[in-house]
Ligand binder design. Structure first.
Ligand code: HEM
Length: 249
């Protein structure tokens, strides 16, 4: 049992970040499953009228609709990285300071090499997590660009039409498909590692990482909060608020 009683409750993830997370997760799972079905369509047959068994059309429709959701959600998150609190800020996602690089090294020593037991106690994400999420943001952009490029030849809508330049860049529609398909597997690999690490950090650190993406709050000893704020990662220290009081958004 932890003997320390100087825990502070901190509101870290505002509503737009939490909504972004769950909408993004749902969209990626839907896109992954429907995308996989598009690559490996099972030969489903029945004796009904053709118009009652247009299932592949429905799979494609769900894929495309989720693509629009993924894009809209991503754009809102970009807006929030300028409008939201310091934990949501775009600054954390770019390697701008020496403290971030030092933290990357320390996290790798604890999580991967297991050569140190000095865990990094971050209120937002740790620096490795922030950079990994920046990479998944790039992967999202890649899937959006290649996805709309694949949609462009059969669509009159203006968004897919913006991406007609992509296929010539890849040489053929076949190679756009191959890269788009590979993008799906990168998301699958990311998801397994992400879920494992969330359980791992929740258990080892005990800061309430898992529940924070539902309720927004984390819990940490005050001296660890002070040490983390001193690194400057996750922006400048927040103005003090009455502990436990409900903040805006
Ligand atoms: C804005 C985002 C996206 C759009 C607009 C989009 C659009 C498309 C289009 C138009 C196709 C071709 C469908 C067909 O010819 O029947 C396709 C295929 C596919 N998509 Fe997406 N997609 C998006 C995101 C994603 C994401 C995030 C994933 C994975 C998590 C994914 C996985 C796949 C897969 C695996 C295929 C099948 C590729 C093949 O073998 O032809 N897509 N997508």
């Amino acid at each position: 049992m932890n003997a320390s009683h100087d825990y502070q409750r901190v509101y870290v993830w505002q509503q737009p970040v939490r909504w972004f997370h769950w909408i993004n997760a749902l969209a990626i799972i839907t896109l992954g499953v429907t995308g996989w079905l598009i690559t490996h369509p099972p030969a489903l047959m029945n004796s009904g009228e053709a118009w009652t068994s247009f299932w592949f059309g429905k799979v494609r429709f769900v894929h495309f609709a989720s693509g629009y959701v993924l894009l809209a959600n991503f754009l809102v998150r970009i807006y929030w990285s300028f409008a939201g609190n310091k934990y949501a800020s775009w600054r954390n996602f770019l390697p701008l300071t020496k403290a971030q690089v030092r933290e990357v090294w320390q996290v790798l020593k604890v999580d991967i090499m297991q050569s140190s037991d000095k865990a990094v106690h971050a209120l937002g994400h740790n620096a490795v997590a922030y950079f990994t999420y920046a990479a998944t943001g790039l992967l999202t952009v890649f899937q959006v660009v290649t996805g709309f490029a694949l949609m462009a030849p059969t669509s009159q809508s203006w968004i897919p039409r913006l991406f007609t330049w992509v296929t010539p860049l890849f040489g053929s529609e076949g190679s756009v498909r191959t890269f788009h398909y590979a993008g799906m597997w990168l998301f699958v690999i990311f998801t397994f590692i992400h879920v494992y690490l969330v359980f791992y950090h929740d258990y080892v650190e005990g800061h309430g990482v898992m529940s924070s993406i539902i309720g927004g709050w984390k819990f940490m000893e005050k001296h660890k909060i002070a040490a983390q704020e001193a690194t400057g990662i996750s922006g400048l220290p927040t103005k003090s608020r009455k502990a436990g009081s409900r903040p805006k958004a």
